[in-house]
Design a protein around this ligand. Structure first.
Ligand code: AP5
Ligand code: MG
Length: 217
């Protein structure tokens, strides 16, 4: 299964990707997660990406594209993958297509997570992430068992730097400015499927399972 997850910040792409990755045993490739790791490690790409990620602006296409192409060459993608947060521009989608065509791979579905700005703001302002392992929680919708402590690794659970209100607003603005051409691109290819991302975790999971059975078998 080769999936692309599109949708506004906070729509729940990462949350569903974690589930799907475990269910189908395929890697979850989140460009946001990769950038956060590289920033934490102080790598060259991390240094280049830092200011863009912290402002909520897009990292330049050439940096993201090179990083994803490298990731897709790794062996664990042979049985499929979930791309979360990439592509984000039409130029990135075209670069991805060139890369996949060289690898003789076709994308099965581009899932568009559709929700409202009100849901986005509530989800992002309540999101907490583990500083150590990156696991994602929500203070109301998915709280940790012990406040401030990650259930999985015991690390400290904090607000993501780009989840402060002004940065959330900028990320939504950037998304609204860039998403349309990308959606049109995948609609024209017949790969585009919109799902109601306002549903709660479980309902959404059930819908996705039915969708995959129908589309992929
Ligand atoms: P990235 O990490 O991709 O951030 P994003 O797109 O803004 O998306 P989020 O991770 O914020 O949201 P999500 O949809 O994954 O939501 P989540 O599942 O966590 O990118 C960060 C930055 O990196 C970008 O701003 C940019 O600078 C850079 N970047 C990354 N990719 C790039 C690219 N391709 N090109 C250029 N730059 C790039 O859920 C949110 C919250 O809601 C959580 O608390 C969760 O528990 C809760 N929740 C989730 N689903 C539900 C549900 N169904 N019901 C109730 N609560 C829910
Ligand atoms: Mg995410």
């Amino acid at each position: 299964m080769k999936l692309v997850l599109l949708g506004p910040p906070g729509a729940g792409k990462g949350t569903q990707a974690v589930e799907l990755s475990a269910q189908y045993n395929i890697p979850h490739i989140s460009t946001g997660d990769i950038f956060r790791k590289k920033i934490k490690d102080g790598s060259d790409i991390g240094k280049k990406a830092k200011s863009f990620v912290e402002r909520g602006d897009l990292v330049p296409d050439e940096i993201v594209v090179a990083m994803v192409i490298e990731r897709l060459q790794e062996r664990d993608t042979a049985g499929g993958f979930i791309l979360d947060g990439f592509p984000r521009t039409k130029a990135q989608a075209e670069a991805l297509d060139r890369c996949l065509s060289d690898l003789r791979i076709d994308i099965d579905i581009v899932l568009n997570f559709d929700t409202t700005e009100d849901v986005i703001v509530k989800r992002l302002s309540g999101r907490r992430v583990c500083k150590q392992c990156g696991a994602t929680y929500h203070i109301v919708n998915m709280p940790t068992k012990v406040e401030g402590i990650c259930d999985k690794c015991g690390g400290a659970v904090i607000l993501r730097k780009d989840d402060e209100e002004a940065t959330i607003r900028n990320r939504i603005k950037v998304y609204n400015e860039t998403a349309m051409p990308l959606k049109e691109y995948y609609k024209a290819k017949g790969l585009f499927v919109t799902i109601d991302a306002s549903l709660d975790y479980k309902e959404l999971g059930v819908k996705l399972e039915a969708l995959f059975k129908d589309k992929i078998g």
